[in-house]
Ligand binder design. Structure first.
Ligand code: C2E
Ligand code: CA
Ligand code: CA
Ligand code: CA
Length: 277
């Protein structure tokens, strides 16, 4: 029998040989990824539900390490947020959006791009001058930029108000993301200066069912309408859901029924094909 300690030592050596980068902690790996700019952005079309006409896209980050794999944001955004690395990642996303879609955005003023902000950037407004600088001399107008903030990490409503007010003065639009899933309070909706509300997929999922949650979805729609917010439904997968939302007067949506998040070139093709649908 080989003693346990020796087994572990052998396993460790094997690990070092086979996964040389795995020697690092996940945080160490993410730091290197930020330094080497290993992130790319996929774009999920946002469409007019009734017609399928594409009106814009949401920028969704992915991590592409040198081994060729593609890592979903759910695997690294939580660590990025808790470590502060989300800030340089957000900056890289903004740069990538301008590089990928700048030309399209500058020539088609009716198109918009939605960018996800972390709670800290919503609180401090740090990201606003970053966006302003990225847009300079590109021909992209501020009103083509939608800032999505999730209520997941919301702490300071006054700070968020200050940032959103400033953002809207600069011409950007503000959307509350994943509405209904976090610390949402109705008061948030009334006190935040918002242009749009995104209904989380978990509520859209209930449209096929007769459950009580489904009536919550209906209430969210009514509330958003009362507050005159643009509504975007997220995670639409079935025609039944699309028909229900159209019937309820929800104009915009995104989801696999229309398109998955796709690389920039594919998105540009998709946009050209469906913008006049
Ligand atoms: P989110 O902002 O709620 O983005 C929508 C997520 O739902 C995306 O997942 C998208 O691929 C997925 N989705 C859209 N339609 C459907 C559908 O019909 N069916 C299903 N099953 N899924 C659908 P993704 O790309 O994995 O992103 C996950 C989350 O990571 C995002 O959720 C967002 O919170 C965060 N995230 C992504 N990119 C960024 C970023 O650049 N910055 C920050 N701070 N967070 C980001
Ligand atoms: Ca989002
Ligand atoms: Ca969302
Ligand atoms: Ca969501």
């Amino acid at each position: 029998l080989v003693p346990f300690g020796i087994c572990m030592a052998l396993l460790n050596i094997g690990g070092i040989v086979w996964f040389s980068r795995r020697r690092l902690s996940p945080l160490g790996e993410l730091q290197i990824a930020v330094r080497r700019r290993e992130f790319i952005v996929h774009y999920q079309p946002i469409v007019e539900i009734r017609t399928g006409r594409c009106v814009g896209a949401e920028a969704l980050v992915r991590w592409r390490p040198p081994d060729g794999s593609l890592l979903s944001p759910d695997l690294f955004i939580p660590l990025a947020e808790s470590s502060g690395l989300i800030k340089p990642i957000t900056d890289q996303v903004i740069t990538l959006v301008v590089a990928d879609l700048g030309q399209l955005l500058a020539t088609d003023r009716s198109m918009h791009i939605a960018i996800n902000l972390c709670a800290e950037d919503v609180a401090t407004g740090r990201v606003l001058p970053v966006i302003e600088k990225a847009l300079r001399n590109t021909g992209i107008q501020p009103d083509q930029i939608w800032l999505e903030m999730t209520e997941r990490g919301f702490i300071d409503i006054d700070a968020a108000c200050t940032t959103l007010t400033r953002a809207r003065e600069l011409g950007y639009s503000a959307a509350i993301d994943d509405f209904g899933t976090g610390y949402s309070r109705l008061s948030y909706l009334e006190s935040l200066p918002l242009d749009a509300l995104k209904i989380d997929k978990s509520f859209i999922d209930t449209i096929d069912t007769d459950s009580a949650t489904s009536s919550v979805t209906s209430h969210i729609i009514d509330m958003a309408k009362t507050l005159k917010l643009v509504i975007v439904a997220e995670g639409i997968e079935s025609q039944y859901q699309a028909d229900y939302l159209t019937k309820r007067g929800v104009e915009y949506g995104q989801g696999w029924l229309f398109a998955r998040p796709i690389p920039a070139e594919e998105f540009v093709d998709y946009y050209q094909k469906t913008k006049t649908a």
